[in-house]
Ligand binder design. Sequence first.
Ligand SMILES: N[C@@H](CCC(=O)N[C@@H](CS)C(=O)NCC(=O)O)C(=O)O
Length: 208
Amino acid sequence: MKLYFSPGASSLPAHIALREAGLAFEAETVDLGSKKTASGADFFAINPKGYVPALLLDDGEVLTEGPAILQYLADRAPALDLAPAAGTRERYRLVEWLNFLATEVHKSYSPLFNAKASEDWKNFARAAIDRRLTLVAQTLERSPYLLGEQYSVADAYLFTILGWSKWVNVDLAKWPVLETYAARIAARPAVVTTLAAEKAAREQTKKG
Ligand SMILES: N[C@@H](CCC(=O)N[C@@H](CS)C(=O)NCC(=O)O)C(=O)O
């Protein structure tokens, strides 16, 4: 398997999941501006959508969309419970969270990173983030992880999004439970290793 990623971007949950699951993989960075991979390949030829994450499978197929990739990876290591078993009620709760994170939270951050987005759009997005994170915080007041007592790939996704907050002045201090939660996820060995690998990749990109 090979993950196409960009340091700190929405490919980070998949990168974390690969390490949490203990799967063998390669990884290659993508310059999202030029749409070139580190080895100079045209990223559009790999993923016509032009965005990360993209996961090249061993049979040559490419899987895209974070929520699909996260479930695929979790299902490769079923004993680790990174996702509830397919067909169970809990699995639909996972899908519910992944979809909520992707469409309601992640995509509310996107305009804040976009220099061309209007102030009105950004204010609208900030208000949405405030409402969504308040809801997420209410869940995490009741349990350590989104699905309750069990860490799942949805937590890797939420952790990634929360990490963007500092770049776009979303102050998490309003929700102390989210700060505690992010610190808990950051301490997981697979997360520590992944963040170190992404930092090294970012520095390599700067040099190159
Ligand atoms: N729907 C995609 C969205 C992924 C996404 O937003 N990727 C961003 C990085 S955070 C990206 O690669 N943007 C570059 C672009 O769209 O040109 C998913 O859920 O995986």
